[in-house]
Design a protein around this ligand. Structure first.
Ligand code: FAD
Length: 141
């Protein structure tokens, strides 16, 4: 399952670390893997998430139901959900990347990934770009 969402308020490092610590503990215990990307846009002064969750269908659905109701973000939009042969992030209980406009412009081929890639409210074919970004981090891992 892959979704995008908007942070209720921009997240600082300690808030992201706390979120990751708890997520990784839970995900490890349930054999859930994946990648979470947090992107802060200085232009919009807002934060967005894109997350890929992999695992048994029932475990993915259970945790997604908690995630979608989490008050730390809103406008949670599922880009895709389905069955895959092999996990993309089998080594990661929850890989994480914290990126901003500058980091994004350094990524080869991703300089043009704008806010609309992550922003559910501005969503236009962004799933394609979001997936490209996930694949980029996957191949770089
Ligand atoms: P509790 O910990 O009891 O929290 C209940 C509610 O309180 C939460 O839904 C949230 O709205 C709020 N809350 C909790 N902690 C804080 C805090 N530090 N600051 C502000 N509000 C808070 N969990 C996983 O296990 N695996 C994941 O992969 C995962 N990915 C996530 C991705 C995102 C973008 C977000 C925002 C959350 C993610 N979570 C993940 C956390 C998940 O949403 C739940 O918080 C977690 O499963 C604990 O559930 P709980 O019912 O015990 O909630």
């Amino acid at each position: 399952m892959i979704y995008v969402s908007q942070a209720e308020n921009p997240m600082d490092t300690s808030e992201l670390e706390e979120l990751l610590l708890k997520s990784r503990n839970w995900n490890s215990s349930k054999s859930l893997t994946g990648l979470l990307i947090y992107r802060y846009s200085s232009e919009g002064k807002s934060g967005h998430f894109i997350q890929m969750l992999e695992g048994d269908k029932s475990e993915v659905e259970f945790i997604y139901d908690k995630i979608r109701r989490d008050k730390r973000h809103h406008t949670v939009l599922v880009l895709g959900a389905g069955t895959i042969e092999n996990r993309m992030f089998s080594e990661w209980a929850m890989g994480f990347k914290n990126i901003n406009d500058e980091t994004l412009s350094d990524l080869p081929g991703h300089a043009r990934l704008g806010e609309e890639t992550f922003n559910p409210a501005k969503f236009q074919q962004s799933n394609v770009e979001g997936l490209k970004l996930l694949k980029f981090f996957h191949s770089a891992s």
